[in-house]
Design a protein around this ligand. Structure first.
Ligand SMILES: N[C@@H](CCC(=O)N[C@@H](CS)C(=O)NCC(=O)O)C(=O)O
Length: 414
């Protein structure tokens, strides 16, 4: 490692101490180029050049690593201290697996590290000594992709689950990653919390598959699209979906009733990011999240749960533009930084009365890890066909305004 790199790394650590653990320091372009050249890393491909159809619609690249965790031949086997989740503060997709990991008490089993941008090369680790992930020595997230699939030409994204022994990407399937953690790592759980009740996985999967295009991916559909038609479709889908969810939450504390499930983790992370940041990118809004009475109470109810709060980064917009003297950075530092987030997001506890078990937010299940197993279906959104991944081409038959599990989730001890 050159002296230049060590000097910058030291400075990065000083900055980190001064500013708190986040945001990670930026490194200059020259250094990024040098590090990339040393490791044979190429620039990240641009989604607005490669992932747009003839109507201007943003159609995402399929997730590259979707081999399931399971018991069958060729599937990955859950193991303690072998896997690490790479995630990013501003990335709601990747806030999900770390929230789930913490809720289930898997902190000593699956490691994690937040990435930081390394210019045009995508995710890196600029706040780590020598810019290296301490467990593998990688400087760029894309190194794990290259190790697993030489010549990989897509974007290396968060979340990525990496096998730290082999230094290879194992899974970046945000549709199913939390489900693998919930089911296949159950034998290592420190708690008996159940986010993915075995009897109701079909209903949860169907809801999650509806949530993906309408809510989770809606921001990206609006942000990356290259036509009005595409923008408008995404805009309509998003606000119609919020109306339906608001209706559902009028009589349900959480999406499936009295207890938090995997679907709530997926909805929460996107709502938080919308309310605090994404709206900057997408133009005029019909309504803010805070204007949906039930959804607003719901996100605050979830924010009161420590594992959700821990991965809620209100400071993200302000820190993202820190030191940026352009109008945007300066506005965020002057004004957005004054928002008393914790005060605004304090719950009044009103939603607990919708539950028959108001003091408990999690379902506890004592079935054995073996019994808890089930095959996890591949998401239709992972289809290799471009047409199948079109948000408008997939018909999903759920009515999201109705909770199909009303009154069906019961706690072991209740
Ligand atoms: N897993 C999905 C996408 C997840 C995703 O878009 N993650 C964003 C952060 S929210 C990312 O890592 N982008 C980095 C990049 O595109 O270089 C994929 O591989 O396409």
């Amino acid at each position: 490692m050159s002296e230049n790199i060590n000097a910058c790394s030291l400075q990065a650590h000083k900055d980190k101490e001064k500013d708190g653990p986040w945001p990670a320091p930026r490194i200059d372009e020259e250094l990024a180029d040098k590090l990339a050249a040393e490791r044979g890393v190429r620039e990240r491909p641009n989604e607005t050049l490669n992932e747009i159809d003839e109507r201007g619609v943003f159609v995402r690249q399929p997730n590259a690593f979707i081999t399931p965790f399971g018991e069958k031949e060729g599937e990955f086997k859950a193991e303690a201290n072998r896997f690490k989740i790479f995630w990013a503060h501003g990335c709601h997709w990747s806030n999900r697996p770390v929230i789930v990991r913490d809720i289930l008490g898997l902190e000593d089993v699956i490691d994690e590290l937040a990435t930081s941008g390394i210019g045009k090369y995508g995710h890196g680790f600029t706040d780590q000594p020598n810019y290296e992930d301490p467990s593998t020595g990688a400087v760029f997230l894309s190194e794990f992709y290259e190790n697993a699939r030489p010549g990989f030409s897509g974007r290396a994204t968060t979340p990525t689950l990496v096998d730290v022994k082999e230094k290879k990407a194992v899974n970046n399937d945000y549709h199913r990653l939390t489900n693998y953690i919930e089911v296949q790592f159950r034998k290592f759980q420190k708690t008996d919390i159940d986010l993915y009740p075995k009897a109701y996985r079909k209903e949860i999967d169907e809801f999650n598959d509806w949530l993906f295009p309408t809510i989770n991916n809606a921001h990206y559909r609006m942000h990356f699209c290259l036509s009005w038609v595409a923008y408008d479709e995404a805009y309509q889908d998003f606000f119609e979906a919020l109306d339906k969810i608001d209706e559902r939450l009028a009589t349900n504390r959480f999406l499936f009733g009295d207890y938090v499930t995997d679907a709530d983790v997926r909805l929460y992370v996107t709502l938080v990011r919308w309310e605090t940041y994404y709206y900057h990118n997408v133009g005029p809004l019909k309504k803010r999240i805070a204007e949906f009475p039930n959804i607003w109470g719901y996100v605050k109810d979830l924010f009161a749960i420590p594992q959700f709060k821990k991965y809620t980064f209100f400071e993200f917009p302000k820190n993202r533009f820190k030191g940026n003297r352009g109008w945007n950075g300066s506005f965020l530092e002057r004004i957005a930084s004054q928002v008393p987030w914790d005060e605004l997001w304090k719950t009044d506890g009103e939603r607990a009365k919708l539950s028959e078990d108001p003091d408990e937010v999690f379902l506890h299940t004592d079935i054995s890890p073996e019994e808890y197993q089930s095959e996890i279906s591949v998401s239709k959104w992972n289809s290799p066909s471009w047409d199948d991944r079109q948000p408008r081409n997939v018909s999903i038959s759920v009515d999201p305004s109705i909770n199909p599990l009303k009154g069906l989730l019961h706690n072991r001890k209740a």
